[in-house]
Design a protein around this ligand. Structure first.
Ligand code: 13P
Length: 251
């Protein structure tokens, strides 16, 4: 049985004290979420150490939002996978569309980042997704398929066990426009098929694929009811503990 996961991506929001309060509020309500659903909070680098203290021994896991493509050394401003582990992270998000769009993150860089993250014991939440122009041109399957092949196909079936995929259509992120459950499901099924082509049906069946893009309490249940949607990567709604927990209860 593949894992059901609801992960909050805080992006560049909250000060450290605000983040600590938010995490405490999430922990306080986390028992409302069914035992089989994993909750994860992905926070800015500055927040990770204090959050690790808040989340220790709870059912809420800690994630970074990014990690370096180099192991260590003279790379001013970067944070390595080993540092993230030492700060208490279990996961890191990689390849978020905002990093691809604003910070020049390429699939080639993502291969290096994923390799280092896995080698250091982090699980990876790898984001893929098409933008509006690509969707309008009917290229969404091609774009997502290429992103999966360019990154995931470089890893082994054993490594795949430590990778969660997040499908985030760029046109649905922060716009209030959610992909319909049908639109999301058809891409999730396609991503699973693409994974199966390389790793086999069994490995693909075990891979969790999350949906992200204006996911909120009012639409989460319909999305999560789809056969190939195993949870969500939540942006705006994760900044409110009640909404985040309500999404966690939506399976
Ligand atoms: P929103 O939920 O704010 O649309 O953001 C989704 C996202 O980018 C999560 O990584």
């Amino acid at each position: 049985m593949r894992k059901k996961i609801v992960a909050g991506n805080w992006k560049m929001n909250t000060t450290v004290p605000e983040g600590v309060e938010l995490a405490k509020a999430v922990v306080a309500k986390s028992s409302e979420v069914p035992a089989g659903v994993e909750l994860v909070v992905a926070a800015p680098f500055t927040h990770l150490c204090p959050l690790a203290g808040v989340l220790e021994g709870t059912k809420v896991g800690l994630s970074a939002e990014n990690c370096a493509d180099k192991e260590k050394g003279a790379y001013t401003g970067e944070v390595s996978a080993a540092m993230l582990v030492s700060a208490g992270c279990k996961y890191t998000i990689l390849g978020h569309s905002e990093r691809r769009q604003y910070y020049g993150e390429t699939d080639a860089k993502l291969v290096d980042k994923t390799r280092l993250a896995l080698a250091n014991g982090l699980d990876v939440i790898l984001c893929v997704g098409e933008n509006l122009e690509e969707r309008d041109a009917g290229r969404h399957f091609d774009v997502c398929g290429e992103q999966i092949k360019n990154v995931l196909y470089n890893f082994s079936a054993e490594e795949l066990k430590h990778i969660v995929v997040a499908y985030e259509p760029v046109w649905a992120i922060g716009t209030g426009k959610t992909a319909s459950a049908e639109q999301a499901e058809e891409i999730h099924a396609f991503i699973r098929k693409t994974i199966a082509e390389k790793f086999g049906a069994e490995a693909a069946e075990e891979t969790s694929i999350l949906y992200g893009g204006s996911c909120k309490p009012s639409n989460a249940a319909e999305l999560f009811a789809q056969k190939d949607i195993d949870g969500g990567l939540i942006g705006g709604a994760a900044l409110n503990a009640d909404d985040f927990i309500a999404i966690g209860k939506s399976f």
